[in-house]
Write a protein that binds this ligand. Structure first.
Ligand code: COA
Ligand code: AMP
Length: 632
């Protein structure tokens, strides 16, 4: 080992201001900062205080002016519609400036919130960048969420406008977005005056006179808008993510720190040079889509791919290889679940051989734990380094990775390698004491968090403290548990809260329990995540019925499954529930979800000493066997 990584890491921890001030040279500032780091109100850390900047300028205009005007900026590859659209940096800048003009003409300006509820079309990225151009704050809501979830977000961030589309396209059906949007606006207390709707050829949306505007018509009459200077510490976006309850947390991202961190990560974490083609196969509704489909590649001068399709079935398990070959992708980033899906369809990787992957250098995986089987399969079949890396919506960019742009460290299967420069990752016990290497504890990050991480939650400073900063004073609680080995490699094993990871999507079991409890026949319930070969985890619900309910259990189960789909959305993948006579609890009444999960997954478990009645556990095992778990 040459020690370059150790040296970079040491500098970032010992002199964060010097380290990030140097990284900030990669960004165009309108006015320089007065202070690199203001930690006087910790845990509310502020980076590049006093500086003025515009994120859209850095993602587009500066490349147009700096010699990349004719380089491809964005390729929309949509096997699901059989189309491809390409934008050079100049074309994308012009499209963004026009849409920003259309928004501005409808009163959207600096600081206003704009919800973006769109499928994977280029207009989703254009809408995000247009907001950034105006200094407006976007909040993208994943298309797989139901109207109710959209309504909750409308009420929380109170948008001036919503940008949407007539439909999204899933392999088996067309999802009409407009009825969901209309339903959400109807449900929300906050009233939205303006909706911009992209009419897709696959289905036309009915417009509400006066409120809804056709995207194409609005753009046809718009004047291009210029970039509006904002403070580095002003919000760029809000992205809602699942927490312990059904009320999502509005993770806020600022402009300056985000620009610096993402730009730095492209070279140093991903080992990518400007001009190369980078592909994050995710969705703009998730943090991966924000950071690595839209912002980071463009800020860094890369061509990004916006993929509207699935890893399998659009049309087959070779679509990833087709895209890599056709567009000359050097770096792919996706979730392990996508690879599990491909491996299942094409176990011998026969389709890989049909494509020229000579430009392809590295595969990055994140979003959930990478199981070694999938990882080894990808390594063997693709013959490139496969790098597991760990991060979350709150961080916005990787917290642990093999930073191949600095120095490629040896890969250890099961570990996302080491803490990335800027992150002082530690593993502690409940009393916040460092624990022995190899022992599992809570994974925390010593404050201050580096640039790009959430400065707070939208309009919820106290919740920010309660959720992340209160349990381990001086540290940020990641919500993950795991351990570190003697080489400082991090191992992320499980969540410490009620969050589960379904096909790389972060979901709250607490949120699902709130929906189940709303069913009139349900007295009590619990939702746990059980292991799933394809999706990593899937939710399973346990229902205790109210006394005197005589309805057939299958009927109630079908109703709660429908209810979760209606209230949270299809993305929850909630398809399994079972009726049980009672739930296992501690003597103080806490439901033993962890023990239930171990029984479901046939993992070794001890009967907790605090259990109220051990006789409940065999009943749970029986019920689980009935739906194919617990060895049944
Ligand atoms: N709009 C509406 N519905 C959506 C949607 C969207 N944008 N995205 C997904 N859904 C629906 C799906 O149609 C599906 O509905 P169904 O229950 O009627 O089949 C449900 O939500 C679950 O979707 P998904 O998680 O995509 O599962 P799947 O079974 O359709 O596909 C995989 C499985 C593995 C192929 C898929 O999950 C995948 O590509 N995963 C990659 C994950 C990823 O990119 N994660 C981001 C983090 S890096
Ligand atoms: P999200 O906020 O949706 O990106 O989800 C973040 C969560 O996904 C983390 O807190 C982890 O629980 C999990 N996660 C992400 N990447 C990894 C990884 N490489 N290994 C294990 N878990 C991961």
């Amino acid at each position: 080992m040459s020690g370059e990584f150790d040296e970079a890491y040491r500098c970032s921890i010992e002199d964060p201001e010097g380290f990030w001030a140097e990284a900030a040279q990669g960004i165009d500032w309108i006015e320089p900062w007065d202070q690199v780091l203001d930690d006087s109100k910790s845990p509310f850390t502020r980076w590049f205080v006093g500086a003025k900047v515009n994120t859209c300028w850095n993602a587009l205009d500066r490349h147009v002016e700096g010699g990349r005007a004719d380089q491809l900026a964005l390729i929309h590859d949509s096997p699901i519609t059989g189309s491809q659209t390409k934008f050079t940096f100049r074309e994308l800048r012009d499209a963004v400036a026009l849409f920003a003009g259309a928004l501005a003409a409808r009163g959207v300006g600096k600081g206003d919130r704009v919800i973006v509820y769109m499928p994977m079309v280029p207009e989703a990225a254009i809408a995000m960048l247009a907001c950034a151009r105006l200094g407006a704050v976007h909040s993208v809501v994943f298309g797989g969420f139901a109207a109710n979830e959209l309504a909750v977000r409308i009420d929380d961030c109170q948008p001036k406008a919503i940008v949407s589309a007539s439909c999204g396209i899933e392999p088996t059906r067309i999802i009409e977005y407009k009825p969901l949007l209309d339903g959400a606006i109807e449900m929300a207390k906050h009233k939205v005056g303006t909706c911009m709707v992209l009419q897709r050829p696959q289905c036309a949306a009915t417009m509400v006179e006066g409120r809804d505007h056709d995207w194409a018509e609005a753009v046809a009459t718009a004047e291009p808008a210029d970039c509006v200077p904002v403070l580095a510490t002003d919000p760029l976006y809000i992205l809602y993510t699942s927490g312990t309850t059904g009320r999502p947390k509005g993770v806020m991202r600022d402009n300056g720190g985000h620009l610096v961190a993402l730009n730095w990560s492209m070279k140093n974490v991903y080992g990518v040079e400007p001009g190369e083609v980078y592909w994050a196969a995710s969705d703009v509704g998730w943090v991966v889509g924000h950071s690595y489909i839209v912002y980071a590649p463009l800020i860094h001068g890369n061509t990004t791919i916006l993929f509207e399709g699935k890893p399998v079935g659009t049309p087959d398990a070779g679509v990833f290889w087709r895209i890599i070959a056709e567009h000359g992708v050097t770096t792919l980033f996706t979730a392990p679940t996508a690879f599990r899906a491909i491996k299942k369809e094409d176990p011998d990787g026969k389709l890989i051989g049909q494509y020229d992957l000579s430009k392809f250098r590295t595969l990055f995986l994140a979003g959930e734990r990478s199981d070694p089987d999938t990882l080894v399969w990808a390594e063997t079949k693709l013959k490139v380094p496969v790098i597991d890396h760990w991060w979350q919506t709150e961080s916005g960019w990787p917290m642990a990775a093999n930073c191949i742009g600095i120095e490629r460290l040896p890969i250890k299967h099961g570990s996302p390698t080491r803490a990335v420069p800027g992150y002082d990752v530690q593993v502690v016990d409940d009393a916040c004491r460092p624990i022995k290497r190899g022992d599992i504890g809570s994974i925390v990050v010593k404050l201050p968090l580096p640039p790009g991480c959430l400065p707070t939650l939208w309009n919820a400073d106290q919740r920010f403290i309660d959720a992340y900063m209160a349990d381990f004073p001086g540290f940020y609680k990641t919500g993950d548990a795991g351990f570190m080995d003697d080489d400082n490699y991090v191992y992320v094993m499980t969540r410490t809260d009620d969050v589960i990871n379904v096909a790389g999507h972060r979901l709250s079991t607490g949120g699902m329990e709130e929906v189940l409890s709303a069913h009139p026949d349900v007295a009590e319930c619990a939702v746990i995540g059980v292991n799933d070969q394809m999706k990593g985890q899937v939710p399973v619900g346990f229902l205790v019925l109210k006394a005197g309910v005589n309805k057939p259990h299958e009927e109630i189960v079908a109703e709660v499954v429908k209810l979760v789909r209606e209230r949270i959305g299809p993305v929850a993948a909630f398809k399994l529930a079972t009726v049980v006579p009672r739930l296992p609890k501690t003597r103080s009444g806490k439901i033993l979800r962890g023990t239930m999960q171990k029984i479901a997954n046939v993992e070794e478990h001890k009967v907790p000493a605090t259990i109220d009645d051990p006789g409940v556990l065999p009943e749970i095992a029986e019920a689980l066997k009935g739906i194919g778990y617990a060895g049944g």
